[in-house]
Design a protein around this ligand. Structure first.
Ligand SMILES: [Zn+2]
Length: 290
């Protein structure tokens, strides 16, 4: 079976007053895209991958925003989330310091890697430009005032990547998680040693506890359907089980390849309706190595 082309095809759905999500349609390498409207500015979360998807996201955002100025943030440096940023020439792009450092270290390498993922992916990456942000923030929290609406950018450092950033609307209790949380999709462990091993399952679990403690009413995951806090809980329960069972097999001196085979089959059976089971094994290898 061939995956559908990684193209943003959705139309904006209003998940809270003035808060919109362009759903991923469960298409691999398409993220959920957010637009948050204030009185003066509109804030876009993740421009998706490549100039044409970015252009589509920009067009949808501009239709919602009208004449408001645009702000763009990116949940983390992975290509399917941020490599459409070049379409946002008229926006102020804001990211956290760790994310920018990681982008500088890895963006070109990830671009080359993604170009090997087949012609449909390579096509979306044609003409891609790696865009520098306009503003970089240090620290854990950065507040955006959209005019009558407060948006908090929050980061806790290394988890799914070195610079994961969530977007939290404290009044509306809406949370955009990026790939810290997926819905009906196995957690993506980008564990590709020696090129990239910047993922930390333990810290990731701690971050998910923080996200639950925020008390979100609406959770927009990186990929999959919008829901409530139970979406975060399900993601955390899976990663905790993956950790516990990987560590148990390691303690029993089961070779890592055998552990991958065993846990891959086991978690597929437990979650027959979840997508991207290929990530189970990367997670097992990460927990074996950590
Ligand atoms: Zn990611």
């Amino acid at each position: 079976m061939t995956d559908p082309a990684p193209v943003v095809n959705g139309t904006p759905q209003e998940v809270a007053p003035g808060v919109y999500v362009v759903p991923d349609g469960r298409v691999p390498l398409v993220p959920n895209v957010g637009s948050v409207l204030g009185d003066d500015a509109a804030h876009v979360v993740d421009p998706a991958m490549g100039p044409r998807n970015g252009g589509r996201v920009h067009q949808l955002a501009r239709e919602l925003a009208g004449g408001r100025r645009l702000l763009l943030t990116i949940t983390h440096f992975h290509p399917e989330h941020g490599y459409g940023a070049q379409a946002f020439r008229d926006a102020t792009i804001v990211v956290n310091r760790a994310q920018l450092d990681e982008f500088h270290d890895k963006a070109a390498g990830y671009l080359e890697m993604f170009r090997t993922f087949g012609p449909a992916v390579a096509e979306q990456l044609e003409g891609v430009e790696l865009v520098e942000p306009d503003e970089v923030y240090d620290g854990d929290v950065h507040v955006l005032d959209l005019g009558g609406r407060r948006v908090e950018l929050r980061t806790w450092g290394l988890a799914h990547t070195r610079g994961d950033q969530v977007v939290w609307l404290p009044e509306e209790r809406v949370l955009f998680t990026g790939d810290l949380v997926e819905e009906r999709c196995f957690a993506i462990f980008p564990y590709f040693p020696p090129e990239d091993a910047d993922v930390d399952g333990e810290r990731w679990l701690a971050v998910l506890e923080r996200l639950e403690a925020l008390g979100p009413a609406v959770v927009v995951p990186g990929h999959g359907g919008v829901g409530g806090v139970e979406v975060v809980e399900a993601a955390r329960n899976y990663i905790a089980q993956l950790r516990d069972e990987s560590q148990r097999l390691r303690a029993e001196a089961v070779p890592v390849d055998a552990a991958v085979e065993q846990l891959d089959a086991s978690f597929r059976a437990r979650h027959p309706d979840w997508v991207q089971p290929e990530w189970i094994g990367f997670g097992v290898r990460h927990f074996y190595a950590s």
